[in-house]
Design a protein around this ligand. Structure first.
Ligand code: MSP
Length: 524
């Protein structure tokens, strides 16, 4: 049995989900769906991060309790993920009772291990980051570089965690495990941050932050929101310092933890240090993705340019999320920033899904009906040693290798490259010309090669576009669900002899996105 455990960052619930949050959840979903086509037991965790000063302030401003705000917004995240076909196995909320209790035990364990001490401190706290900032990291105007807000000066007696004690082990781990921080170009950034690492405050006084988990045995202090949040990856599995669950033993350590580049420090420094203190193994890979901008501008409430996934879906009148999922996954190379614009969306999905993949299937099925009455005769079935069959198997291999490096956009390009190869093959062999010359067997074998290729394409595309892939299978008269196909069992020549389709049954699997729709996706 091969298990594969993957997680996303858990989102703050002080607002509704936007396409940046969606980018990460779709990316992790595509990974989960791909690895389900390869491994026996894939477990995909996501959720919401519900404590901290930001939620406390937002709810107070709205005149509702923090829990009311969390319930309202956690539901929005869940609905959004349902609309995007995010196939998570578990959704954790940090206000879940089990989570809160285990976080208290984790904090106690860190104390017992001698890694926590009390210390009076003056620092600059950014509620956007939910973190103290080092004065040397501020902008010239004294603002947080990420949130462009002035951090609040805080003077408190807090609990501190001996992060500096773990510095050498962390450096060693990063240097000896090149797969730990991916893409690799991010590792240096973390090593630089580690050079100046200091102990960190891991609690706040209850007077300043009361929306959080109290320290066991010291009600005057609230556990730092990042200990609370990071622990979700193990509390969700039922970790307990004394008596860890079977589920925890089965899935931990995580195989990949997908996060945004802005929270790499928390995941590649704080999180592994906490795990070292708890004497737990570290995740195999922390994968940091880039950020999505809108029309090349950072999304922000104040600019009024925030787009939700449903704005795009409604604007383009999409009946399922596949095109949006596909566009987002191809918007940036692994780990780099990407951009959303209505125009790029339209061009990309029309080019790849409608013109390249969709048309290939459509015109082939139409020729199958026109020349052979929709019938595949046994002699039409081609052997696995033909060039197109070899290219199909090579494409599967290439896609797998890309996924092993979590290169989701690059893997999609491998699928499109193969589809290009097949389109070129159709144009070069010109089955319509073969039919005219009455070379019917040759013509039928070309069509069979294309139909088989479409079956391979649908299986590889299913993690990105599960609905379109299913429609391709239906058009090919196949009963299976391409999402359930194991990639290693994909063999050539599996479409059986018999009637595959008839004129009335042929439908496009993806309709071109209308270029006449006026205006831009709703912004704001
Ligand atoms: N709650 C913390 C994470 C705790 S994980 C133990 C947090 N929440 S967040 O809501 O601000 O961000 C959640 C995730 O969404 C992060 O990985 C973040 O990088 C990602 N994104 C938020 N805006 C984004 C874009 N515009 N583009 C891509 N991803 C972005 O941080």
């Amino acid at each position: 049995m091969t298990k594969f455990y993957l997680t996303t960052a858990i989102d703050y619930v002080n607002g509704a989900p936007h396409i940046g949050h969606a980018y990460e959840k779709i990316q992790t979903d595509v990974l989960a769906r791909h690895f389900r086509q390869r491994y026996d037991d894939v477990y995909f965790l996501t959720g919401t991060d519900e404590h901290g000063i930001k939620i406390q302030k937002t709810s107070a401003a709205k005149g509702i309790t923090p829990k009311e705000l969390c319930d309202e917004n956690a539901n929005k995240f869940k609905e959004c993920w349902a609309g995007l076909d995010i196939s998570y196995n578990q959704f954790i909320r940090t206000t879940d009772e089990q989570h809160e209790q285990i976080v208290q035990k984790i904090f106690k364990k860190l104390q017992e291990n001698g890694d926590i001490y009390k210390h009076s401190y003056t620092g600059l706290y950014c509620s956007g980051c939910e973190s103290f900032l080092n004065p040397r990291d501020l902008t010239e105007d004294g603002l947080c570089p990420d949130h462009l807000k002035k951090p609040e000066e805080v003077k408190e007696e807090n609990y501190f965690f001996k992060l500096s004690k773990y510095k050498d082990r962390l450096v060693e781990h990063i240097k000896t495990h090149p797969e730990f921080i991916q893409p690799a170009f991010r590792a240096n950034e973390v090593l630089n941050q580690l050079e100046n690492i200091e102990d960190i405050s891991v609690s706040r006084s209850k007077e300043s932050v009361n929306w959080g988990i109290p320290v066991l045995g010291d009600d005057s202090q609230t556990i730092y929101v990042w200990i609370d949040a990071l622990s979700n990856y193990i509390t969700a599995l039922g970790y307990d310092p004394v008596n860890p669950s079977e589920k925890f033993k089965r899935y931990w350590p995580a195989d990949v933890q997908v996060i945004g580049k802005d929270i790499l420090k928390f995941h590649a420094i704080y999180w592994p240090a906490f795990l070292m203190s708890l004497d737990l193994p570290l995740p195999k890979t922390i994968f940091a993705h880039g950020w999505i901008t809108i029309d090349e501008t950072k999304m922000s409430k104040s600019l009024g340019n925030v787009i939700a996934p449903k704005d795009v879906m409604e604007h383009f009148e999409l009946s399922h999320p596949d095109a949006f999922r596909y566009f987002m996954m191809t918007a940036a190379p692994a780990g780099r920033d990407g951009n959303y614009s209505d125009n790029d969306f339209k061009e990309k999905v029309n080019a790849d899904l409608a013109n390249n993949i969709g048309n290939l299937l459509n015109r082939t099925l139409n020729m199958q009906v026109k020349y052979f009455d929709g019938e595949i005769k046994p002699e039409f079935i081609t052997p696995a040693d033909n060039e197109i069959a070899k290219a199909a198997l090579a494409a599967v291999q290439a896609v797998k290798e890309r996924f092993d490096k979590f290169e989701v956009a690059e893997a999609a390009q491998e699928i499109v490259n193969f589809s290009n190869t097949v389109n070129k093959y159709v144009n070069d062999t010109a089955p319509w010309g073969l039919a005219k010359e009455e070379k019917m067997l040759e013509c039928a074998q070309v069509l069979y090669n294309v139909l088989e290729s479409m079956r391979f394409i649908a299986a590889m595309l299913a993690p990105y576009c599960p609905n379109i892939a299913q429609d391709v299978y239906t058009q090919l008269n196949l009963e299976a669900n391409p999402s359930d196909v194991k990639l290693d069992s994909l063999k050539w020549a599996q479409i059986p002899a018999g009637k595959i389709t008839e004129k009335e049954k042929i439908k496009p699997v993806f309709l071109r996105v209308d270029s006449e729709i006026a205006g831009a996706a709703k912004k704001g």
